[in-house]
Design a protein around this ligand. Structure first.
Ligand SMILES: Nc1ncnc2c1ncn2[C@@H]1O[C@H](COP(=O)(O)OP(=O)(O)OP(=O)(O)O)[C@@H](O)[C@H]1O
Length: 239
């Protein structure tokens, strides 16, 4: 469960996020959809405790991110838009490092790493240092490492950027699988078709404000009312 209450962040005079309130339930796959600069990454940085909001609060599974950050973060798997690694490590060494951070049992971490490496086609890259991996492989490793401790809340910023169609499909399927297994999943995207394809509910965000929240069916109802297609609705809302 993610509970967001009046979340606000300004950079100088710029209102990057302006009073965002939203609840995302366990088992739900929610997509923040918005054009470049809408405030998606800012929202995600506040949700993950990477930045402190100027106002408002975030709770993950009932735990307040500002009051109990370590407890809240222990429930969270997070993949940033640009994944950051220790470049000199190999992928298995990096997974071991993450397992230690979360205090995981060694046998469990090894089993889970093996499963995730199979799922994300990472075994064949195991011997290379991370600095030598391609963008798509790094992206998959970032996702695998964020899923290692079986997080209850999974947040991923622009998950499909730089992935070829085969790996994009694997990632989409994994996001759906996580939500079906009961995790609360939040992704951001600037691409309407990705939100449409994957999400249970979509939040259209623009200039720091949530303009619309609803299911695809609700978006379509708005479409019928206005006689517009989804793309036209989206463009209308953010223009
Ligand atoms: N550290 C910062 N200092 C000043 N302005 C910032 C900072 N980070 C973001 N911004 C500005 O805040 C606004 C929201 O940015 P943000 O990165 O949250 O948007 P976004 O929706 O994730 O965009 P994109 O899809 O391009 O990644 C933008 O105008 C951006 O230039």
């Amino acid at each position: 469960m993610i509970e967001i209450e009046n979340l606000t962040m300004h950079y100088g005079a710029l209102k990057a996020l302006d009073g965002l309130s939203l609840q995302i339930k366990p088992g739900e796959l929610f997509a923040f959809l918005g054009p470049n600069g809408a405030g998606k990454t800012t929202a995600i940085k506040l949700l993950t405790g990477l930045m402190k909001p100027m106002a408002g609060s975030v709770k993950l599974c009932g735990i307040d991110m500002q009051k109990e950050p370590l407890r809240a973060k222990s429930l969270l798997g997070y993949v940033p838009d640009v994944a950051v690694f220790y470049e000199k490590l190999t992928a298995p060494e990096f997974m071991h490092f993450i397992a230690e951070l979360f205090g995981m049992d060694h046998a469990r971490a090894a089993t889970r790493t093996d499963e995730l490496f199979t799922q994300f086609a990472l075994h064949e890259h195991s011997a290379q240092r991370i600095e030598n991996l391609s963008h798509g492989t790094r992206q998959r490793l970032g996702i695998a490492s964020a899923l290692l401790h079986d997080p209850k809340v999974f947040i991923i910023d622009e998950p499909m950027v730089g992935l070829d169609p085969i790996h994009a499909r694997i990632v989409k399927e994994e996001l759906k699988r996580q939500s079906r297994a009961g995790a609360t999943v939040l992704m951001s995207t600037h691409l309407l078709n990705i939100a449409e394809e994957v999400a249970d509910r979509i939040g259209i965000i623009h200039r720091g404000k949530l303009l619309f929240t609803g299911t695809l069916a609700e978006l379509r109802a708005a479409q019928e009312k206005q006689g517009l297609n989804l793309e036209e609705i989206f463009l209308e809302m953010v223009s």
